[in-house]
Design a protein around this ligand. Structure first.
Ligand code: SIN
Ligand code: FE2
Length: 213
């Protein structure tokens, strides 16, 4: 499908060490989505509960050596899927290649993620401003791939109270943030209803991290 936005969409520098690459993963989108289907068959999407007792509106699953999970005890990376008691599905080869290529384009060499958190947003689902801070290391960037319905990505500062900038992220867009931007606040505004040829009535987001020691 032609990208109607492509002409007006160029790489955006979000802040020092953070970039939005429009359409960067569009060519791999089908392969990524097929892989997500396989992962979700083994490790189903679920709505995690926060330590404060709220059920998240975003549904999540993971692949890789560990998965990001949350429950009343806190947030953490777990080598086993608490739903199934089994290890998370393996990270598919395409996940490694796409994320490493995006990281390299942003200036981060040799990015090898060990975890991919997969977020599924239906209309109304949102992610509050937060910092990715449960990882053991902060020297590696975060690589975030958007698939399906477009969303508004909020890019904040180093303090929660910093007013976030808003960027529309579309199918195939990739955001990379590392270095001095690694601990910036970010989030996603409530998803607007719609349908996308690749995903139907939802948005998927793949977040690649180097989380383990
Ligand atoms: C995240 O911060 O984990 C996900 C961001 C997104 O869905 O774009
Ligand atoms: Fe995040």
């Amino acid at each position: 499908m032609p990208d109607l936005f492509a002409a007006s969409r160029e790489t955006e520098g979000l802040s020092d060490g953070a970039f939005l690459f429009p359409g960067f993963a569009e060519g791999q989108a089908r392969a990524l989505l097929a892989a997500v289907e396989g992962i979700a068959a083994a490790a189903p999407f679920r709505h995690l509960v926060t330590p404060g007792g709220h059920t998240m509106s975003v549904a999540m699953t993971n692949c890789g050596e560990a998965g990001w999970v949350s429950d009343r005890r806190g947030y953490r990376y777990d080598g086993l899927d608490p739903e199934t008691g089994k290890p998370w599905p393996k990270m598919p080869e395409t996940f490694f290649t796409v994320s490493a290529r995006a990281a390299q384009t942003a200036g981060y060499e040799n990015f090898v993620p060990d975890v991919c958190l997969i977020n599924r947003y239906v209309p109304g689902a949102k992610l509050h401003l937060h910092i990715d801070r449960d990882e053991h290391r902060f020297d590696a960037p975060i690589v975030s791939v958007s698939l399906g319905l477009s969303a508004v990505f909020m890019w904040g500062g180093l303090e929660r109270t910093d007013k976030p900038a808003r960027y529309r992220v579309h199918h195939g867009d990739v955001v990379v943030f590392g270095g001095p931007s690694r601990r910036r606040y970010h989030g996603v505004s409530p998803l607007k209803p719609g349908t996308h040829p690749a995903t139907g009535a939802c948005r998927l987001n793949l977040t690649f991290r180097k989380a383990l020691p």
